[in-house]
Design a protein around this ligand. Structure first.
Ligand code: BES
Ligand code: MN
Ligand code: MN
Length: 457
């Protein structure tokens, strides 16, 4: 391991520069105008995997953006780790709120600011660099496969068929993902679950055209008003979700599990201060940690209708819309919840309007095992590099592919993320601390070592 440390130290600057080069590529999967850049990013990832020593590197075409694959099989009788990550990023808007441009990585206060710095370029690239380290120092203790996709931020539509068509190629003993957060460098943690997702769009239509709000207002229902009423009715006074059947399949945690999760350090005053809110909000009867980790939620992600340009326009809009997502927990099913939402929303629509609900994408919730060899290897690796045992936590975000890996390949995942909740994912001024980047590069080879060691017992 001494050798690894020397190599890492000697190549520190290059490891940063290569990440910066990756961050300069605006691989926004949601917006077709970035198509060429997304494709260039896939090529860059493939090039770096090859340069690090991977064999059979391939930019695999799909009906959408390509999936980059690469592997190093040192001995088929040894265990195999499948590393998953995504090279696509969220759109950078609102641009005016960035202190430095999103695709010009800039270091301030020992942090790398750029879209994708943490989610997920900075994090999956740690694996590429850790792999290079192990190759260069002849310390790769197990087989390794990489699968880096380009459509995670838009729902991984083409990943499912890739996985089913490549079952043999993707065979592994564990999936290792760095695309989540830890509490802090002082308090390392490992996420042991992710929420599922059901995302849809609703449209409320009133009159057949926009109307003069003075001539018609008061006589015809305003779709924007109705939409707000409908959305407001989706939570009751205790902030429970009102969709009938919504909680039917929700797993209730034992008092013991609740206590364990609530033992993670959390400072409510700090939390409020950081977000500049005076009071927190949420489902009655649950702590903030539970609300974001183990309870399902419903959020409006965007809402629009009528005139939103400069100045004023007196208009009664013909239509109003909203994008709504629900975060799901075990054992809710994304398809079932989508169905329940549609049925409920249609049933509460008053006769003054018509409503249309269009499902987008979804994903299933997961809980990852904490008694597996792989989880123990991650715990040991973190304990060694951080000097502290990691705390298990439940993550609020979603990575739908994790449930898919389990279903299609029968492989469980370890979520060994090195980001922080404060990294501004999906938000302006996304960042990744340089210290976290190098801590990750240091910890990953230890994971492989312990995973290989414990597997052979
Ligand atoms: N890396 C995130 C998920 C995440 C973030 C998990 C923080 C845990 C902690 C991922 O890229 C993401 O943003 N996922 C989306 C879902 C996807 C289907 C668009 C999400 O959670 O909204
Ligand atoms: Mn991500
Ligand atoms: Mn993301």
């Amino acid at each position: 391991m001494q050798e690894i440390k020397h190599y890492a130290e000697a190549n520190k600057q290059r490891f940063l520069e290569e990440l910066f080069e990756l961050l300069r590529l605006p691989s926004v999967s949601a917006d077709p105008k970035f198509k060429d850049d997304v494709l260039k990013t896939a090529d860059y990832v493939a090039e770096k995997l090859s340069a690090a020593g991977a064999d059979n590197v391939e930019v695999c075409t799909t009906a959408g953006y390509p999936i980059v694959y690469g592997e190093k099989i040192i001995d088929p009788s040894k265990p195999t780790v499948l590393v998953y990550g995504h090279y696509d990023v969220q759109p950078p808007d609102p641009l005016e709120l960035w202190v430095s441009p999103p695709f010009e990585p800039t270091v301030r206060d020992e942090k790398i600011f750029a879209r994708g710095a943490c989610d997920d370029k900075g994090q999956f690239f740690m694996h590429v660099k850790a792999f290079e380290l192990m190759m260069q120092t002849n310390t790769l203790p197990c087989n390794i496969k990489f699968m880096i996709e380009g459509e995670e931020e838009v729902g991984s539509d083409n990943l499912g068929s890739f996985v089913t068509e490549n079952k043999e190629r993707l065979k592994a003993d564990v999936v290792l993902i760095s695309d989540t957060a830890m509490i802090s460098l002082e308090t390392p943690s490992l996420e042991t679950g992710l929420r599922g997702l059901s995302y849809l769009e609703v449209e409320v239509t009133g009159p057949n055209r926009d109307l003069h709000s003075g001539v018609y207002g008061g006589a015809v229902a305003n779709p924007a008003t109705i939409l707000c009423q409908l959305i407001a009715s989706l939570h009751d006074a205790n902030n429970h979700i009102t969709i009938p059947g919504f909680y039917d399949d929700v797993e209730h945690l034992s008092e013991e599990d609740r206590e364990m999760l609530n033992a993670a350090p959390y400072d409510e005053e700090e939390f409020k201060k950081d977000l500049a809110v005076d009071e927190l909000w949420g489902e009655q009867g649950y702590s903030t940690i539970e609300r974001t980790g183990t309870r399902p939620t419903l959020e409006v992600n965007g809402i629009w209708g009528g005139y939103i340009g400069e100045g004023a326009k007196t208009v009664l809009p013909s239509k109003a819309s909203a994008k709504i997502s629900m975060r799901l927990v075990p054992n809710q099913s994304s398809a079932k919840i989508t169905e329940l939402f549609i049925r409920h929303f249609e049933s509460i629509a008053p006769r003054y309007v018509k409503v249309k609900v269009t499902p987008h994408h979804g994903g299933e919730p997961v809980v990852t095992p904490t008694d597996s060899i792989a989880f123990k290897a991650a715990e040991k690796a973190i304990e060694e590099s951080f000097g502290k045992k990691p705390i298990p936590t439940r993550g609020g975000g979603s990575i739908p592919i994790v449930a898919l890996f389990e279903k299609e390949l029968g492989i469980k995942t370890v979520l060994m993320g090195f980001g922080l909740d404060s990294d501004n994912l999906h938000s302006p001024n996304e960042k990744f601390d340089i210290a976290n980047y190098f801590k990750g590069i240091e910890t990953i080879p230890l994971f492989h070592r312990y995973f290989a060691e414990l597997s052979n017992k």
